[in-house]
Design a protein around this ligand. Sequence first.
Ligand SMILES: *Cc1c(COP(=O)(O)O)cnc(C)c1O
Length: 380
Amino acid sequence: MPDNLVAKSMAANTTSVPMFEILTQYQSLRSEIETAVRRVLDSTEYIGGAALRGFESNLGQRFNARAVAVSSGTDAILASLMALGIGRGDKVITTPFTFFATAGCITRAGAKPVFVDIDPATFLMRADAIAAVVDAQCKAVIPVHLFGQMCEMTPLAELCGKHNLKIVEDAAQCIGATDSRGKVPGELGSTACLSFYPTKNLGAAGDAGAVIVRDTALAGRLEQTRQHGETSRYHHAFVGGNFRLDGIQCAVLNVKLKYLDTWNSRRRQIADYYSRRFKNTDVIAPVEIPGTHHVYHQYVVRIPRRDSAKEHLQKHGIGSAIYYPRPLHLQECFQDLGYREGAFPVSEQACREVLALPVFPELTDAQIQHVADTLLAFYK
Ligand SMILES: *Cc1c(COP(=O)(O)O)cnc(C)c1O
C-alpha cells in the first residue's frame, strides 16, 4: 500500500469506534493472565482444583455469600431453577425485554414463563406488575437487572415473600451494581446469576458464569446440580447437569476480578459524559434510579428514527447494537404461550426505540466524543 494510503487508513482508524473491543484489555493483563493459565495447565487441574476454589472464594467474598462457578450465565439460571425444585406444572414470572436465556431456562427446567411488562423509564421489572399476574402455580420470579442497573429489590422481595415466590436474579449484566438501598445481587434473592461472557463487565476467555447464594444448604444443592445431581460418588439423588466451569477460565477470571471496580468506574464515567451531551436533545439518555449504583454493562438510549440513526453511526465508523430487537413473548418458540402483539406495549416500544452505544472501559475520550458528536449531528 502506498504511504499516503496507509496514513489515510490510520487516520480513519483513530476515529472509528467498535461496539466491543476486548483485545486491549487482554493485552494490558497479558503476562498476568498467561502466568495464571500456565499454572493450571502445568497442574493438570483442569476440572475443579485450586483455580476454581480460589476464584469461588474471591468472588464469594465480594458478595458476602457463597459463589458457585458454573459453565455460563445461562447455566447459572437453569441450575438455580433446578436446585430450587422448579419444574413441571410451575410458572415463573419474568420480563419479555431481556436476553433469550432468561426465559429459555424456564422452559428448559420444565416450567412455563409468564411475562410482565417493564417500567417505561428504566426498562426494569416492577413489583406491582408481578402482583397483577401471580397465581397459585407461580413458584418463582426472575427479575433481570438490565444493562447494569438493578431492579428495586426491597419491594420485589416483599411481594414475593407474601406470595411464597422464590427469586432467581438474572444478574448477568450487573456485577458491581447495587440497588437504591445498597442491596447487592443475591442479597434478597435465593440466587443471583452472573455471566462472564467475554464482553460482559467481567469477561472470561470463553463461556463462564456463577451463582451467588447465601443459603449454605442451597449452595450445596447447586454444587450437586452442577455435577449431575451427584450426592456421593456415583449416587445421583436427582437429575442435574454438567454445569462445571474449567480451571483455566477460573484462573483468567481471578486475575481480572481485581480490576472490575476500576473498569466499572470508567464505564460510569463514559455514561456520565454521554448523558451530559444528550441532555435536552432528541436522544433520551438512560434513567438512573436515585441512589442506585449503575455499572453500565450497556449504555442504551431511546431515539427517534432508530434504524437510520444506527446506519448513520455505521457510516461514520461507529458500532452500535440493538438490545433487544424482538421481545420474548413474540418469539416463534414461545408462540404456544398465547401472547399476541400488543400484550406488552412498553417492551414492544422499547424494542423499536433502543440503541446501545459503545461503553467498554478502554474507549478513549476522543472516541466517546466522536460517538456523541456523530449521533447528535444526525438530529441537527
Ligand atoms: C449474557 C446474559 C445471559 C446469559 O449469559 P451467558 O453467559 O451468555 O450464558 C443471561 N441473561 C442476560 C440478561 C444476559 O445478558
